[in-house]
Design a protein around this ligand. Sequence first.
Ligand code: URA
Length: 218
Amino acid sequence: MCVNGNRVERSDFWVDLGRDRVTLDGRAVREGKRYYLLLYKPTGFLTTYKDPAGRPTVYDLLKDFDHWIFPVGRLDLDTSGLLLMTNDAQFGERLTNPAFKVPKTYQLKCSTILSEAQLDRLRSGVTLDDGPTRQAVVTRLRDSEKYSHVELTITEGRNRQVRRMIEAVGGKVLKLVRTSIGEIRIGNLKIGKHRPLTPEELSGLMRRGGRGKRPKTA
Ligand code: URA
């Protein structure tokens, strides 16, 4: 492959087909169609391509989709909910880059009843082993006899962040579902199913970070 006239042998060399001149065996490589999908990931599926242990992955749910796409960020094996998948690397990078502050909303069931003071700590930010979290929007959905059901919106996406935030205030997440990213909601999509983003959903996300300028704090 040649990129801007220079021979490249590495298979993991990143190119921007909108900017770089790329040729393969002397023929120009053009940008292909971009795909943007919303998948309702069930628990029990890994957000990776292949698992050495043979566990199911999100690609098992996409057997009817013929194009290579990758997950935008990840959801834990035991988390369900909204997962975006695309072949647009810049879009994926920006939606997961905390500098763009794209809000992600989760609903969770906590192992204990959380007090207002505990919810306030989550709101103002808790300290995790990789640093303090940003302010979060936290709403008590309901309490049952032993559990609190809470909605939490964060603008970062660190590894197991929601679970670790709840642990930092003394609880444990028993169930975790991501219900929205930006303005995109799962709506009535059935679990395990996928659908393309609508043009309105896509342009909303693009405005949030997909194609605009980088924020100053990036
Ligand atoms: N936070 C978590 O703890 N787990 C996820 O899967 C996503 C966010």
